[in-house]
Design a protein around this ligand. Structure first.
Ligand code: PLP
Length: 428
């Protein structure tokens, strides 16, 4: 009897405040709704998932299978074998021109998101009573996970607003104005999720110079995080540039990358960082200590697969890049024909992020009043069976936008944007 009473009260216990306050991902919510509707037999066209529709190249799979069959199934050092770390360091040195990196400056985690979680834990502290939190400066709209991961680590987000008119890029002057003595992190993401746009090398160099000046004066603790997950998916004529290659900020920059997007490997969960210099070594050791009490290493048989991807799969990546380039051209053209839709031309990643706010205040054919991107995405999914992601959770002007992931066939893009056009033309 006592036992039953004790069990009944279990339901009223609380989950930690830290976790209870986390918002569920709107991207996953729309992706799952589209999947459920599809499973129920509805002809839904989904543009919600931030995931390439290409399978992992066969040589990468073969490398993992071979390693597993050869018995590479045991614990490993936290960041894997020295050979894999050296391959990643060489990639960052030679392709991204980041000076001075060795294998000892590389961390390898279970996906870019895991790298980001861990690095925020290593850079931010819980705030003691009476203390101000350290800050992360983030140009917005930005990937939905940055803010929660910064906040979970005790940091405070400082948003730098951007607009569709400037290609969603923050200027060096805006970044300068946002940096304070409490700035710990500046997060840059080019090519961008959700915006699909890229900073030019000159724009990044101007931001790098501003950061170097601020670090030498008011913000000595400033670190730049350059999230380069979409580095390989570029097609708009803007070359990818790693801000960590600038001597002024090289030793203040964590370059983060992963295999999810470029190699069709979202489910493998592989992310890595590189940071040269004295603080970089300290940072890498901290990441090792933290991950060592957490997930330890990646599954052992993934390390040969990482080497195969980086060293041998350039041609397969190029085939995917060319497909994304054709899709981008198509979607840029089709969105340009829609009434009341303003778009920045997609030049990288696989997203379009049009401003649809000219339609707010209207009513859909099905009688739904459209007051927000969320309302529009709901109505579009229910009435025209097209799943976009509403932009509210990406921050800044995101609430006026919808995100369209074009990691799907050209046929689906034509059909989906066609339905979107019908939906917009039906608004009254
Ligand atoms: N950074 C950006 C900008 C992303 O869009 C994503 C995934 O959507 C990630 C990082 C994390 O990717 P993963 O954890 O699959 O490596």
């Amino acid at each position: 009897m006592k036992f039953e009473i004790a069990c009944r009260t279990l339901g009223s216990m609380d989950i930690s405040r830290r976790v209870a306050s986390l918002k569920p991902s709107v991207t996953i919510a729309f992706m799952n709704r589209a999947k459920t509707m599809k499973a129920a037999g509805k002809d839904v066209l989904s543009f919600a998932a931030g995931e390439p529709d290409f399978d992992t190249p066969q040589p990468i799979k073969d490398a993992a299978i071979k390693a597993m069959q050869a018995g590479q199934t045991k614990y490993m050092p936290t960041f894997g074998d020295p050979e894999t770390r050296s391959v990643l360091a060489k990639k960052l040195r030679e392709e991204n021109c980041i000076p001075g990196l060795t294998g000892d400056d590389i961390t390898i985690s279970s996906g870019g998101k895991h790298s980001l979680f861990n690095l925020c834990q290593c850079l931010f502290d819980d705030v003691k009573p009476g203390e101000q939190p350290m800050e992360a400066v983030i140009p917005v709209p930005a990937w939905v996970s940055y803010a929660p991961l910064v906040e979970l680590a005790g940091g405070k987000v400082v948003e730098v607003p951007t607009t569709v008119e400037t290609g969603f890029k923050a200027s060096a002057a805006q970044i300068k104005a946002a940096i304070t003595p409490r700035t710990r992190l500046l997060i840059l993401n080019s090519p961008s999720n959700p915006c699909g746009t890229m900073y030019s090398p000159d724009e990044l160099k101007a931001i790098g110079r501003v950061c170097a000046e601020a670090a030498a004066s008011i913000a000595p603790n400033l670190i730049i995080l350059s999230d380069e997950l979409y580095e390989k998916i570029t097609y708009g004529g803007i070359p990818h540039f790693s801000i960590g290659s600038m001597p002024e900020v090289a030793e203040r920059t964590i370059t983060m990358n992963g295999l999810s997007k470029a190699y069709g490997m979202t489910g493998w969960r592989i992310g890595y960082t590189g940071m040269p210099g004295a603080f970089g070594r300290k940072f890498t050791q901290a990441m090792s200590a933290y991950q060592g009490q957490q997930t330890t290493n990646l599954p052992a048989f993934l390390y040969p697969a990482i080497r195969t991807a980086i060293l041998e799969c350039g041609p397969q990546v190029e085939v995917m890049r060319q497909a994304f380039a054709k899709r981008a051209e198509l979607i840029n053209r089709l969105l340009g024909t829609l009434p009341g839709v303003t778009t920045a031309r997609a030049t990288g990643a696989f997203y379009a992020f049009p401003n649809v706010s000219a339609h707010f205040g209207k009513t859909s054919k099905g009688g739904r009043v459209i007051k927000s991107a969320m309302d529009m995405s709901e109505a579009l999914l229910e009435e025209n069976l097209v799943a976009f992601v509403p932009g509210e959770d990406f921050g800044g002007c995101g609430g006026q936008h919808v995100r369209i992931s074009f990691a799907c066939s050209e046929k689906q893009i034509e059909a989906g944007i066609g339905r979107f056009g019908e939906f917009l033309n039906g608004l009254r």
